[in-house]
Design a protein around this ligand. Structure first.
Ligand SMILES: Nc1ncnc2c1ncn2[C@@H]1O[C@H](COP(=O)(O)OP(=O)(O)OP(=O)(O)O)[C@@H](O)[C@H]1O
Length: 321
């Protein structure tokens, strides 16, 4: 600051002074460069308005120009995939997101499942996102920010999309206004075809998680998913086994309708981490259908998801080293 900028000294005592990177004063105009990293669009607007008002309150100032600068936040993008449909990939994604948020992480969830976007239902978030300056603003539910491909199109319309079109839509979601989110989970469409390949190539996730049931057939498909991520250079952070074992709520008898331990053995064979297993549970399905992710509550299911989230974070740390 030079002597010419002296009137702007009055901004030193402003609560947001720490965000002012430079200030100049010429011919009645105050020019401020303001650091806005970590703020979402609404918070940026509010900060700008507060500083404008404070500058205009200085008697010499008749006009204000504010330039907001923000370093691109460091975000970790994690794709969640499965070799085939119906293995619980979306249920696991939603609950992992909620469990990570409960652990204090700033989490965003992108529902890229063009064949059946179910995250708005799973998180009970039916409102449509608004856009600001062509950027989508995620909706908030259960402590998680959410954008879903289902929010962009009417129900069932996305089904016919081919790879590049789906990748374009995903890009819009990834480039949304994620504010201070540090982790973005992407719920991919099931399978390992062209659509999935385009999505992975376009979004370039930092890591991937694969969900599978213990069944042999499902595991063969999970192996294909590992292959897909391998081909695209995305490290697989781990495999989650879903629908492993069932305890009858009436008689307490335990059974394994989809086999047992298959996913853990496959993870060993494929040399990828095994993050944990989730039992088949009618109450989990009912809560999911009702938009109440069990990870948000307390009890065994919440504990299981917290364990899976911890295992995922541990693998992320390892991958960074
Ligand atoms: N551990 C579980 N116990 C009982 N039901 C489950 C479990 N996991 C998922 N489900 C149920 O299975 C069905 C499919 O789950 P989900 O939609 O999460 O699978 P998906 O792999 O994402 O499927 P797709 O990608 O084909 O849409 C849902 O009705 C869900 O509630």
């Amino acid at each position: 600051m030079t002597d010419k900028d002296a009137p702007l000294h009055l901004l030193n005592s402003h609560p947001d002074a720490g965000r002012i990177r430079s200030r100049r004063f010429r011919d009645g105009t105050a020019m401020l460069v303001v650091e806005a990293s970590g703020l979402d669009g609404e918070q940026r607007d509010a900060l700008e308005a507060r500083l404008r008002e404070a500058a205009l309150a200085i008697p010499e100032v008749s006009a204000v120009q504010v330039a907001m600068s923000a370093s691109k936040p460091q975000r970790t993008l994690i794709a969640i995939g499965s070799g085939k449909g119906g293995v619980g990939k979306s249920t696991v994604s939603a609950n992992l997101a909620v469990a990570l948020a409960k652990m204090g992480r700033k989490v965003g969830l992108i529902d890229a499942d063009i064949y059946g976007p179910s995250q708005p239902t799973l998180l009970g978030a039916k409102t449509r996102p608004e856009a600001r300056d062509k950027q989508l603003i995620p909706v908030e539910a259960q402590g998680v920010k959410l954008l879903s491909v289902g929010q962009l199109v009417g129900e069932g319309q996305a089904l016919a999309w081919r790879g590049p079109m789906a990748a374009g839509a995903l890009n819009q979601l990834v480039e949304g206004d994620w504010g201070n989110c540090e982790i973005l989970l992407i719920d991919l469409p099931p399978g390992t075809g062209d659509v999935q390949l385009s999505l992975v190539q376009k979004s370039r996730p930092d890591g991937a998680v694969i969900v599978s049931t213990p069944q042999d057939l499902s595991l063969i498909d999970a192996t294909r998913a590992v292959d897909l991520f391998g081909k695209t250079g995305v490290p697989v952070l781990g495999l989650i086994e879903n629908m492993a074992g069932y305890r009858c709520p009436h008689c307490g008898e335990e059974s394994d309708p989809f086999g047992t331990g298959g996913a853990e053995a496959s993870a060993r064979d494929l040399d990828i981490p095994f993050l944990g297993r989730l039992p088949l549970s009618a109450s989990l399905r009912e809560a999911s259908d009702a938009g109440q992710p069990p990870a948000a509550g307390s009890g065994p299911a919440a504990d299981t998801f917290a364990g899976l989230a911890r295992a995922l974070l541990a693998q992320l740390e390892k991958a960074k080293r």
